[in-house]
Design a protein around this ligand. Structure first.
Ligand code: PGA
Length: 249
């Protein structure tokens, strides 16, 4: 039985003060030992959120990292920096980073391997555009992103990685994938992990759905056989996130 993961992706929202206020609002409403609840927050909020979640079951995550340990990379954050402040998770290859910041699959793969070096669990994001879905190449696109993204992992790492299926057309649009559409792709992702590693590994890999998850649709999506939770953007910035977490069974 895979433990569910519900992760919030705050994106570029919440100043440090606002971040603490949101954690204060959420923490009494979230008390699940059986779900990994993760807040992936902007770099500047990481240390204050680390303090604010002390004594709770909430885990801390970042939204990106660089694949080198240190160096002349103005504006970037490294895995050892995240490790020192207690970030246990990091989102890698979100479609916004791929699109606006031109992140490519080879960099995504290097970032994943670097995160593992510091025992930080990567949340790899994959997803097709509307045009790709309409052209009938959704599965090809997803398989390519998974194959390039998680290559060269050990079996243990491939079992530990979290993969979030986030159709680009569903992100921030209020138009989520149907339960069946999400299940179909998440099941393909699991098959792909099985081909690359083994069925035993793929049975452990946690695969999430993301894209307009909200308090009204999360329970049904998370109940699909290959969907092990969600990556939540907009709805993670408010009290609804607690409802979404608590809808995971
Ligand atoms: P959304 O974002 O929930 O606001 O659609 C999800 C994401 O981009 O991770």
């Amino acid at each position: 039985m895979r433990k569910k993961v519900v992760a919030g992706n705050w994106k570029m929202n919440k100043t440090p003060k606002e971040a603490v206020a949101l954690v204060e609002l959420l923490k009494d409403k979230i008390n699940r030992d059986d779900v990994d609840v993760v807040l992936c927050v902007p770099a500047i909020d990481i240390t204050v959120v680390a303090d604010a979640i002390k004594g709770t079951n909430i885990k801390l995550g970042a939204e990106n990292l660089h694949y080198e340990d240190s160096g002349a990379y103005t504006g970037e954050i490294s895995a050892p920096m995240l490790d020192e402040v207690g970030a246990g998770y990091v989102i890698i290859g979100h479609s916004e980073r791929r699109d606006y910041f031109k992140e490519r699959d080879d960099a995504v793969n290097k970032k994943i391997l670097k995160a593992f070096e510091y025992n930080i669990t990567p949340i790899l994001c994959v997803g097709e555009s509307l045009a790709e879905r309409e052209d009938g190449i959704t599965i090809e696109k997803i398989r390519m992103q998974v194959k390039k993204g998680i290559k060269n992992c050990t079996d243990e790492q491939a079992a530990k990685i979290v993969i979030a299926y986030e159709p680009i057309w569903a992100i921030g649009t209020g138009k989520h994938a149907t339960n069946e559409q999400a299940q179909e792709v998440c099941s393909e992702i699991r098959k792909c992990v099985a081909e690359m590693y083994s069925d035993a590994v793929a049975q452990k890999t946690r695969i999430l759905y993301g894209g307009s998850v909200n308090a009204a649709n999360s329970a049904e999506l998370f109940a699909m056989p290959d969907i092990d939770g969600g990556l939540v953007g907009g709805a993670s910035l408010k009290e609804d996130f607690a409802v979404i977490v608590n809808s995971a069974v």
